[in-house]
Design a protein around this ligand. Structure first.
Ligand code: NAG
Length: 309
């Protein structure tokens, strides 16, 4: 069983509770304790986050900022429970469990009820309530052609997709020129994250170690000994939250949450998400912080007064 002192478990317990309160089914059974980027998602050069509603524990409107040349930062109105910012588009799961996407050429979102969604480069995939994965948008490399069966999380990259099955095994499909499909066989994970730049990482269930696969030219796909509680694969770097909720990053030193953190060692995080030149994290106090390196189109500029859900 998962350790009950993990902060993510606490937030998921309340998340399930909130789902129950809404009369909707709870999260999938099992030990998977983390939906991908529940309330903040750093996309290529934009960020989307769910805004908290006063007095309501769960779900909210979406605000996006940063690069918006394709409308990827123009979020629809409505109440959403999970958001994923991709390259030129973004997608989110509504409180009604329908998925909406916005931005450039994202394709046709399938009908049906979803529990999670991920926006990649030119494609998107979602886990349906029955555990199947459906994908839409580009399918040049087979990134939109998952196997059947029971999934609990999906994470879209650039021409590739990885899915986490109910038994904790990871399966990836699409292009494999950098080994981005070569998830370690037989390892049991509880959360995965694909970058838009040919690498992916998973948080191992028992050890809390992070294993990565795919492009490793900047050592972004090195494995790290945990225990960690969440991992996010960025463009050429990887960051993970340790059990003490501080953040550790490796690979090319961009963006720079770890550098910011050096100035403030006490900063502890519940959630982190990496883009290309920026990253965002939700602190244990519930504040949304973002950092940047280089010109990130304002993707790190959290709107004044924004309260993350
Ligand atoms: C995806 O990969 C292609 C190379 O196949 C590259 O040209 C493109 O910039 C990548 N997209 C992103 C968002 O990094």
């Amino acid at each position: 069983m998962v350790k009950s002192n993990l902060p993510l478990i606490v937030s998921l317990a309340s998340l399930s509770q909130s789902f129950a309160d809404q009369g909707a089914p709870s999260l999938p059974p099992g030990f998977h304790n983390d939906l991908d980027d529940i309330s903040v998602s750093a996309g290529h050069f934009h960020t989307c986050a769910i805004e908290s509603r006063p007095g309501v524990e769960f779900g909210g409107g979406i605000k996006c900022w940063g690069e918006n040349a394709h409308g990827q930062a123009t979020a629809p109105s409505g109440i959403f429970v999970q958001v994923s910012a991709g390259y030129m588009h973004s997608c989110a799961v509504g409180i009604d469990e329908q998925v909406k996407c916005w931005g450039k050429d994202f394709g046709v979102v399938p009908e049906g009820l979803f529990s999670q969604v991920s926006a990649g480069e030119f494609h998107s995939c979602g886990v349906m309530k029955d555990g199947s994965v459906k994908c839409w948008g580009a399918n040049h490399w087979g990134e939109g052609a998952p196997n059947g069966g029971d999934f609990v999380q999906v994470s879209c990259g650039n021409g590739s997709t990885c899915g986490l099955r109910g038994n904790g095994l990871v399966e990836c499909w699409g292009r494999n020129d950098k080994g981005q499909l070569d998830a370690p066989e037989g390892k049991v994970f509880k959360q995965i994250s694909s970058s838009l730049n040919f690498h992916a990482c998973g948080l191992e269930y028992e050890s809390g170690d992070v294993s990565c696969w795919g492009w490793n030219h900047r050592e972004q796909s090195e494995s790290r000994t945990g225990p960690f509680v969440q991992v996010s694969a960025g463009s050429t770097s990887t960051c993970a939250i340790k059990e003490d909720q501080t953040v550790e990053c490796w690979g090319a030193h961009q963006p720079i949450p770890h550098e910011s953190l050096l100035d403030d060692q006490d900063m502890i995080y519940d959630q982190i998400s990496l883009g290309v030149d920026h990253a965002c994290g939700v602190t244990a106090d519930g504040e949304l912080h973002c950092w940047k390196k280089g010109s990130d189109f304002g993707a790190h500029q959290v709107p004044l007064g924004f309260a993350v859900a």
